[in-house]
Every structure is written in C-alpha cells, then in structure tokens.
Write a protein that binds this ligand. Sequence first.
Ligand SMILES: Cc1cc2nc3c(=O)[nH]c(=O)nc-3n(C[C@H](O)[C@H](O)[C@H](O)COP(=O)(O)OP(=O)(O)OC[C@H]3O[C@@H](n4cnc5c(N)ncnc54)[C@H](O)[C@@H]3O)c2cc1C
Ligand SMILES: NC(=O)c1ccc[n+]([C@@H]2O[C@H](COP(=O)([O-])OP(=O)(O)OC[C@H]3O[C@@H](n4cnc5c(N)ncnc54)[C@H](OP(=O)(O)O)[C@@H]3O)[C@@H](O)[C@H]2O)c1
Length: 483
Amino acid sequence: MDSWALWSGTGKPFGSKGKWHVKVQDTKNCSIQVYHAEFVVLCIGQFSGLPNIPEFLPNQGPEVFKGKVMHSEDFSALDNSTASELIKTKRITVVGSHKSAVDIAAECANANGVMYPCTMIQRNAHWFFPRDNLSGLLLAFLCYNRFSELLVYKPGETFLLSFLATLLAPLRWGISKFIEIYLRWNFPLKKYGMLPKSSFLEYISSCQIAMLPDKFYDRVEEGSIIIKNSQSLSFFPEGLIINGENRPFETDLVIFATGFKGDEKLKNIFESPVFQNYIIGSPTTTVSLYRQIIHPRIPQLAIIGYSENFSSLGYSEIESVWLSHFLDGNLELPSIRDMEEEANMWADHIKQVTGRYFRRACISNFNIYYNDQLCKDMGYNPRRKKGLLADLFIPYTPTDYSGLTSKLWFLRLDATYPWLPVLMYWRAGELARYAAMLVLHQVNMKSGVVFNPEALKLFAMKKVFDVYSWLQACSSIMFQNLD
Ligand SMILES: Cc1cc2nc3c(=O)[nH]c(=O)nc-3n(C[C@H](O)[C@H](O)[C@H](O)COP(=O)(O)OP(=O)(O)OC[C@H]3O[C@@H](n4cnc5c(N)ncnc54)[C@H](O)[C@@H]3O)c2cc1C
Ligand SMILES: NC(=O)c1ccc[n+]([C@@H]2O[C@H](COP(=O)([O-])OP(=O)(O)OC[C@H]3O[C@@H](n4cnc5c(N)ncnc54)[C@H](OP(=O)(O)O)[C@@H]3O)[C@@H](O)[C@H]2O)c1
C-alpha cells in the first residue's frame, strides 16, 4: 500500500483485489459474523455512541455517589413518560454548558419549577442565539451567505480571495461585535456569569453556536435553573463539590451533558493499528480527510458526516451525493500525494480557526466554499441562486443543493423494482422523496418541493400500470402456490 501512487492502487472505488472484513456482533447472543465488502461507508456519527465522561481521582467519582448518574445520550433515549418520571421532584445537576446541557436544564426546570431547581455546572460560557425569526434571519444573513464567506480566510483560496478577506477584516470584526451586542441586549449574560470570554467570531468558526431553549433566562431569573461556574468537580455520597465552594451541595441526579468522543469512536472502529494511526493522526491534528470524506491512505472506504457544521444533517446529504458520483465512476480522485496535500491543508486551516475544538473538524464559516468544491468535482454549477446579488447575499441552505443527485442509480433502481413505492411509508414522506428523485420539480423557500404537474401526472399513471401488473403477477403466483 505504501508504494501506491493512486488511491486503492487504481484510483477507483471497485476492482481492487482487497476486501474489508467487517465483523458484526449480534448483541443478543454475542456471536460474531464476518462479512466481506469491496467498499465500506462509515456513517457512525460524531455525537453519539461514545460519551465523554470526565475523569475523577479514586473515591471522588460517581462510584461514591448515592444518587443516579447518567449521560445526556441515555437521558435523550428515554421515552417521554420515563424521562418525566425520572426527573420529577428531583434535585438535578447538569454538568456542561453547551446545547445538550441547556436543553436538559430547561426541561428539568419546566418540570420541577423553583421547588427543585436544576443546577447547571458551567466550565466555559458559550454564545447562544434566541430561538426567534429575527435572530434566525440575522444569523443567516450575517454569517451564512456567500458574502460572509468573503470576510474569512479559506483553505487553498486564491491570492485575490485572501487579500479580500484581509481588506474586509474590520467588517468581520464589526459584525462579530454587532452580534455580541445584540446577544447581550437579548440576554442578561453578565448578570448570571454567562458572558463568553471569546468573540462571537471564534465561536461560530468552531460550530459552538446553538439556539437557546425558549424562556431559558426566565427560568434562571425565577431560580428554577441555577448556574454555577466551576473548572472541576468531585462526588461525595450526597452530592458534588465544585471548585470555589467549601461546602458540598446535595443533589439526587447528575446528568453529564459533556459531549462525545467522536474521534476516538472513529479510531476504534478499525482493528488495524496502521489504519487507527492513519485516521487519528497525532493528538494535535484533526482527522485529515480529502473533501472531508476520503482518507488518502485508507482504501475502499469513505466517511460521511464527520466534519461538523451548523446543520450537519443537511450537509451530510451533499457529501453522500459526491460519494455516489464517485462510486458510479463519474468522478476521478487525484494522486494520493495530492490528496494528502489538500487534506492536510484543510486540516491545518480547520485547526487554526477552531482552536481547542479542532478535533470536531468544524467547517461552518467556509461551508459554501466547501460545497463549491464538491459541486465542481461533480460538474455542477456551484452558484445555486438565480442572479449575482441573490447568490452573494441570500443565505445558503441545504435545499439549495437539492437538485444535485446522482440520479442514474435511482433510475436503475426504479426500473428494476417499479413497484417499490407500494412498500414505502407514505405518511413519513418517503413517497414524495422517491418521486422527487424521478419527477421534474422546483424547490420553493415557502412550499418546499413543487412538482411539475404534467411530469407528476405521467409518473403517477406509469406507476399505476406498473403496480397493477405487478399485483396481478403476485396474485397468480399466490394462486399457483395454493394449487
Ligand atoms: C441531542 C442532539 C441533538 C442534535 N440535533 C441536531 C439538529 O437539530 N440538527 C443537526 O444538524 N444536527 C443535530 N445533532 C448532531 C447530530 O449528531 C447529527 O446531525 C446527526 O445525528 C448525524 O447523523 P449521523 O447519521 O451522521 O450520525 P448518528 O445519528 O450519530 O448515527 C450514527 C449511527 O451509527 C451507529 N454506529 C456507531 N458506531 C457503530 C459501530 N461501531 N458499529 C455499528 N454501528 C455503529 C450508531 O448506532 C448510530 O445508529 C444533534 C446531536 C445531538 C446529540
Ligand atoms: N437541538 C439541537 O439542535 C441539539 C441538541 C443537543 C445537541 N446538539 C448538537 O450535538 C452536538 C453535541 O452537543 P453537546 O452539548 O452534547 O456536547 P458538546 O457540544 O461537546 O458540549 C459539551 C459540554 O460539556 C462540557 N465538558 C466537557 N468535558 C467536561 C469536563 N471534563 N468537565 C466539565 N465540563 C465538561 C463542555 O465544556 P466547555 O464549555 O468548556 O467546552 C461543554 O460545555 C453539538 O453539535 C450540538 O450542536 C444539537
């Protein structure tokens, strides 16, 4: 493998002699089955599966605590009635101060009120946005359009773009300060020790911006949420000791909203130490992937959804389209050396702009630039809006990329199994999504997908005939079996 100049030896997804051995464990009986695959796509997520739990000195951790301790992921997995039963009339402490923490603190406060306040232990304060239309528009127009990306440096950009970012630096600073003032005006951040130390720009560059639950500060004001600042904590049988306080405080339930170890989970999926080293690199670098999808030195494997974004889910779909183009043979990879150079340049840049959160590979403030690269690779026009001004100033959202689909495989699927829509869960919108892959349509900001009526009529008629003959064939097979 070390001597290869092209990815997987040939630069192609299939055709090499090597195969992945995928071990699958049946969790009921612990038996292991091995499957062989020519290509593996890892969609294992960054924010699930492997919780990040703080480490404690011996006899100072959860083992000495009489109450219950759980991670936010286990709490989210509970159904509504079990969760309400668990938190009812309990003194709850939430460790962490980011999105999961504020969501859970608000949920507990809404359930228990001031009689049983929820304590949130904050190591660092974060910038949060109010959940209203004006704030959403402000964020979108100031931070998620093509113009806002002209204000920031981007990996591998031309000298002209970099020069422009330098020229516009004062505007970038001004926007960051303006948003900080807007957020300070909206929320009593200083009063409750929730004023972040770093600028808004630093936070948005590292995907640390989230929406605050409704009426969060009302709950803080009335005392059903108590915020305590602490850099460390330890358990004692009845509760917790946090730094800065001599007396321990009592609590019944501790919920760690302390995030996940997404990078470690990705590493652990490989049995081979060689691949583990390739994927994780050194502790001071981020996972270095070409187009955030392919590791130059790991053959026949792609990763979808590792890099973080403001809307991770929507953008994973664009990555999937890029990958399907590659798997269809419609896209060529450069040599391993060029891929490595490109991937390392992106990794270095991500590290520079995301600070201590670099492992999460946030590409939020040059996301349109990233999508441009994917579009160009696939031969699509990266400018997804009509008109220069719209393209520059209207915020980009995942729907702008809805036309990018590798439709060939879908046409093949539909031709082979024309009756597939019968088996779909129509109420969940599966049929509409299926139709959108095959029928001419437009995406409207207000109404969503709008089908061309003539094309939709033709599609529906064809499906009726296809399904009718399929049902006839099925019934004759059934009658034959009865005979
Ligand atoms: C509480 C919460 C709310 C969120 N809300 C949003 C939101 O509103 N919008 C947004 O864009 N993002 C949100 N996120 C981020 C979210 O994680 C992702 O956007 C989304 O879930 C990513 O989807 P995914 O399929 O890539 O990963 P996941 O949803 O994490 O799915 C990964 C899957 O891989 C499986 N898996 C993992 N390891 C293995 C293994 N070794 N073997 C077999 N299977 C494995 C897991 O069981 C899981 O089914 C949220 C995250 C959390 C924790
Ligand atoms: N509805 C939604 O959209 C939604 C809801 C929940 C989560 N999410 C997403 O899911 C992802 C994960 O969010 P998350 O909030 O679960 O995790 P997270 O963003 O990783 O935040 C973890 C929090 O725990 C703190 N922490 C970590 N280790 C700690 C330690 N040893 N001691 C004390 N505190 C510690 C962190 O401190 P610092 O402050 O010092 O970093 C941070 O406040 C994010 O992308 C988020 O946007 C989305």
